[in-house]
Design a protein around this ligand. Sequence first.
Ligand code: ADP
Length: 501
Amino acid sequence: MKYALNSIRFRSWLLYVSFALLIIGFLYFFQVLSLPANYERMKINETASAVKELKDVWNNDPTNISKVVSEYAHSKKMYIEISDVNRIFVRLSQLDKNNKEVEQIIRRLDQTKMDKLKYGNDVYYTSTLPRSHTDSKAIIMTAVIAQEGKNNGVFQTNGEVRIYIYNYLEPIGSTAEIINNQLTFASVVIIFCAFILSVFFSNSFTKPIVEISKSALKLPQGKFHMKKRKHQFSEINDLTEALNSASDEIAKTDDLRKELMANISHDLRTPLTMIKAYAEMIRDLSGDIPEKREKHLQVIIDETNRLSSLVTDVLDLSKLQSGVAEMNYSVIDFSEHLTQLVTRFTLLDEVKDYHLDLNSEKGIFINADITKIEQVVYNFINNALTYTGDDRTVKIRLYRKENGIARFEVSDSGVGIDEENLKYIWERYYRIKNVGETHQRAKKGSGLGLSIVKGVLEMHKFRYGADSTVNVGSTFWFEFDEYKEKPAEITASKKTKRNAK
Ligand code: ADP
């Protein structure tokens, strides 16, 4: 098993470990590096919200001010003072022995050296100071809570009234250190888990893929089917499914190829055996008896024809399928051409007992490789003649459908084709069993005709198909865009075509 740098195994390991490192990095940044700054910000906000609430109480509910100050001082451990220029109205502290020091700080406070803090519509002044005898700090905040001296019902004030709040910042150095230590431990655990998990997950991803690729490598050895095992990932199941159906197709094609070879060799051998046997007969027996010799020679000629048409079919098909068949497009009056073609058919000796009923709209032009289209027409008519019913009639129609589309169809009143077989008749060498036994003409077929037709029509990009009802008959058809152009051009191309013939 390879551990290449671009393998899923290595990439998923890298992804997991990088993700774990990223999370640890974030945690370290928020928990350790920015902890002191965040804590200070939180304390400033807490102090500012106390200032705001006390200002509201002072202005709207002054009888309650002592109570609210006392609550703040107790719960948040703050020093709080509200005073005007002459006297102190409320002062409460939970700081005990540092009271004196804080009072002195307040008396010396110089607002111009403090930071301005906008809080809602108010402006407060704040400073962060070192605390004596400790390595921690404190926040001092002040703000004007009432402007002019007046009697608010409880206090008679003189000039502006100020509030001062002094709030401790607890030393968090040791807390940060504890978090740091815990984080280091957690990081080691997280990276270890990420490592184990990534190995586990990447193994469960890659194991089935490796299995599938091993099975796929066996395809060229002819081992086509893969084990059907349910994997835990639906995508892997889909992949197995897709490869299995692809290998089924390959197996089918391989079977078809073998069958084709067997059929072709068989079909080549039968006329060859006949030719050899009749040639020997002429040599040994009938050479001097003209009547018998003629008959035997005719068999040899018929079999040679059959052989040559089989070889032509095989060549045509392989050319179409390998895509080397050249297309010589030309524009012709298909209605007129069809009439000639059907007339040619009716002159054939073997068709003299059949009735070909042609019904064609006039002046339908087609742009196609006409030799190949003739092959299609010939095949449809020939099959219809072969399989038609007792009325020995074959109907040939050429007509305009809607939207400039023309349709050619050949119908017979024969045995028809059931739905199951209808799907396969276009496949090479497909012949419906037993039909040949009841239809004398069918014995001549190679089973390649319709696959040649399919190849030709697909190269032209024409729509085609067969509709059939058992014991009623079949209709084989194709549709094409009626070619509409200036008559002069069409006549010119028609002439070129005729000369070339
Ligand atoms: P074949 O040379 O045997 O006619 P085709 O490829 O032309 O080969 O046709 C394939 C098979 O389709 C035929 O063997 C026959 O069983 C069936 N088939 C074709 N045309 C018709 C038809 N008009 N009516 C009934 N069966 C038909």
